[in-house]
Design a protein around this ligand. Sequence first.
Ligand code: NAG
Ligand code: NAG
Ligand code: NAG
Ligand code: NAG
Ligand code: NAG
Ligand code: NAG
Ligand code: NAG
Ligand code: NAG
Ligand code: NAG
Ligand code: NAG
Ligand code: NAG
Ligand code: NAG
Length: 756
Amino acid sequence: MIRASVFLFLLSLFLPNSVPVGAAWQTLSGNPPLVIANGGTSGLYPDQTFPAYADALNYSLPGVAFSCDLQLVNTTTGFQQGICRTGLDLSLSTNVNFIFPERNRTYIIDGMNVTGWFAPDFTSDEILNNVSARQSDLTRSPIFDQLNLAILVPELLAPSNFTPTWLNLESPSFFEEHGLNMTSYLLDFLSSPNVLPPDFLSASEITILKDLQSAARAARTKVIFKFLDETATEPTTGQTYGTLLGNLSDVATFAAGILVPKGYIWPRNGNETSLEQHTTLVDDAHSANLEIYAYNFLNDEYPAPYNYSFDPITEILYFIEKYNFSVDGLFTDFPTTASQAIACYANNSIKSTQPGSIDVTIISHNGDSGNWPGSTIPAYNSAIATGVDYIDCSVQITKDGVLICRESPDLVSNTNIATVTTLFTTNLKNYPQLQSKQGVFTFDLTWTQIQSNLKARIFSPTEGLARNPEHDGLYDIITFADFLSLAENNSVGAFIDIQNAVYLRTSQNISVVDAVAVALKAAGYTNSSKKVIIQSEDSSALARLRDLNVTYPLTYLIPYTSLKPVEVTADDFVDIKKYASAVSIARRLVEPLDPVDKTLLLPSKVVEWAHAQNLTAYFYFLRNEQSVFPFDLKADPTMELYMLTERYKVDGFITDFPQTTINYFENHCVASGKGTSNIDFVIPNVEPGLLDLQLYGSFAAPAPTPDLVVPEPPLLGPAPPAPGPSSKPSAAPSRLSTGLFFSAVFPLLLHCLALL
Ligand SMILES: *[C@@H]1O[C@H](CO)[C@@H](O)[C@H](O)[C@H]1NC(C)=O
Ligand SMILES: *[C@@H]1O[C@H](CO)[C@@H](O)[C@H](O)[C@H]1NC(C)=O
Ligand SMILES: *[C@@H]1O[C@H](CO)[C@@H](O)[C@H](O)[C@H]1NC(C)=O
Ligand SMILES: *[C@@H]1O[C@H](CO)[C@@H](O)[C@H](O)[C@H]1NC(C)=O
Ligand SMILES: *[C@@H]1O[C@H](CO)[C@@H](O)[C@H](O)[C@H]1NC(C)=O
Ligand SMILES: *[C@@H]1O[C@H](CO)[C@@H](O)[C@H](O)[C@H]1NC(C)=O
Ligand SMILES: *[C@@H]1O[C@H](CO)[C@@H](O)[C@H](O)[C@H]1NC(C)=O
Ligand SMILES: *[C@@H]1O[C@H](CO)[C@@H](O)[C@H](O)[C@H]1NC(C)=O
Ligand SMILES: *[C@@H]1O[C@H](CO)[C@@H](O)[C@H](O)[C@H]1NC(C)=O
Ligand SMILES: *[C@@H]1O[C@H](CO)[C@@H](O)[C@H](O)[C@H]1NC(C)=O
Ligand SMILES: *[C@@H]1O[C@H](CO)[C@@H](O)[C@H](O)[C@H]1NC(C)=O
Ligand SMILES: *[C@@H]1O[C@H](CO)[C@@H](O)[C@H](O)[C@H]1NC(C)=O
């Protein structure tokens, strides 16, 4: 390790214009960690299928490894054939239970009676010709099941010499009990002149690894011991994996490395929400001259420790760089994300430091509201520390006219008001124009009532994915005046979002716009030396600001929620231009979704239309939680940001997770990054509509939604009725054009299988 870094340093003295600033990798070899695609891109496609591997190969580091969980079946001619499937009960990852409904059996596995469909009860013809793969993770989308993807064999795993392969042996002793011999199958495999031997061979049983040791050495295959849960028993020694972990020098007598669940390195608390201190396992393994690989990396994990802020890149950096150790490789269902972490985010891969400059505007959303109770001093301070251009206040107004910063006028979701019984019960109201459920609203309470009784609570926008409640009930609600002085004192811009101006003016007789203009003046925000942007979803509120001689740039927010979607046309931007110099666009307008499959429809034109009117286009809201992403983006914030900036040229982002957003713009695979990467990798530019094309041979069309209405009656004068979107009859989505995708590939693949 030391030699490698000295060498790199000496080398650097002779390289013009290119100073390696990253330290040497702390893997055993000093090379970057290996990305092992766990059955391909199994986070999206059914694992161990052709499209899963093709996706992994297309969108990962060069040298990404393919894994196969090996099981055996008999051929009708008296031989054994390997297949790639995970888990002994094949009905959990294939449609075998529908094709062969009578073929279920009950076997004793790990001392328990288990009923299912097991490989020893099938012939290779049955599995390879009749059965197809299914998404095995019930929390993931089953959309690709309809492609009836073939089960693959390990002999066809490596598309070329350049793709390392990893065979993991599923329960060798189970197969031996049922008349199938993995040892003899692998001895043939390793010595066959017709197939490439695997680069890695792993098993969680010791005997077979010892039996294969010399054949593996001859084939230059690395033998790896796979650890299961610490309390589980290794069947051939009768010891628990936890015990075996205690003698790594013994493991080193039969293996070149170990493969461990990631929790062996970074343990978590009981409910998995908090990361404990790391173990010394990586250093211990390296001291025993063992490589160490970790498994179970996935972007759509929940619960996950809040320490990672739902950002999968952050997690990977904990394993490869952040704590002065690096695993030698990662088994991941999302190999693109791991590739990005290594090539684009790890400091070790910086080739040279010529930092670019970030030319997009980054605006927090209620401060760092992904990690803190929103719109509190610590939430704003955390956002400021990341380097955002603007902190933001969603302005709400109290009964006595005090402006405060809150996510929404309803205090139930973002404060502890439900626990303040007197205030809660007497003020619980229903305002159907604002929201469908009951709430307690700022304009029904005085500032004193709010200030002296309420504390902020974190708001979790995605159902079922709670954000960190650790700081709930600790921090005060702050006023708009407090917010302005915080921005001023920290020399950061102030982004002011005026919500429900028309509703408040017409139904509550409150002019929040006038109140904002007065408050700005009172805080000394009167000239262009202050960085301010004011936003509203009401064009009449923007017009009123101009009447009040407020000269700061104005942004029109296109009101769009999943409950109230609107249809936007190019002409709408001509109208918006009359009120504003910028427009805030909701995720779904830039990323329209197939309503059934949650895949991206054809590319959106909204940003282009905004730019045609010289409007600055902001995107709201960047979030890390997996469920905000179309499946095309693989629950990966980096892939989303790349699409939004490279394809759509979005000018600015309003983000719940400012650190993740800033990290993206500093990564060394983008022009604004901290340097350039010394690893040959390009973040994939996701092609909207491609998944639908794979699925149906055609692109899906969006469901029609009501049109956006931009010009509104003015705010002053007789109270106008609240504007509502004009409605169009809705119809089921239809599909446009036709095409072919996989139809050519699969007959070919099946043909190859038949040749075996
Ligand atoms: C791989 O990339 C090629 C070229 O970019 C593309 O045509 C193909 O559809 C991609 N395959 C998958 C599975 O995404
Ligand atoms: C297989 O499933 C059928 C119907 O579900 C059941 O009656 C039968 O007992 C099962 N067989 C075994 C061996 O578990
Ligand atoms: C498995 O099932 C059989 C038949 O029902 C029973 O005799 C045996 O005790 C069971 N074994 C275990 C480990 O539960
Ligand atoms: C399996 O496939 C073969 C060949 O296509 C077919 O003849 C047979 O009927 C299929 N068996 C089942 C159970 O579907
Ligand atoms: C598979 O082949 C082995 C060896 O010929 C035999 O012992 C076993 O019973 C066969 N299994 C099946 C399901 O045919
Ligand atoms: C499995 O195959 C190996 C190698 O051919 C042989 O040594 C071993 O005895 C076989 N095991 C059984 C249970 O037949
Ligand atoms: C660890 O394994 C080595 C090699 O097999 C053996 O010599 C040693 O006694 C073992 N140590 C312990 C504590 O079991
Ligand atoms: C998780 O466990 C910790 C204690 O280990 C507890 O303080 C915390 O409230 C729990 N979190 C959740 C979300 O259950
Ligand atoms: C993870 O977050 C918890 C709660 O904030 C903290 O106590 C713990 O030290 C953090 N773990 C690591 C490894 O930083
Ligand atoms: C990593 O090592 C460096 C130098 O030995 C040390 O300064 C730094 O604190 C270490 N970082 C961590 C997270 O342990
Ligand atoms: C805005 O400025 C114009 C021209 O300077 C002035 O006549 C008008 O009174 C001002 N309006 C307000 C609300 O200050
Ligand atoms: C946008 O700006 C360009 C350059 O300043 C100008 O030529 C063009 O007319 C503007 N377009 C609109 C629609 O305002």
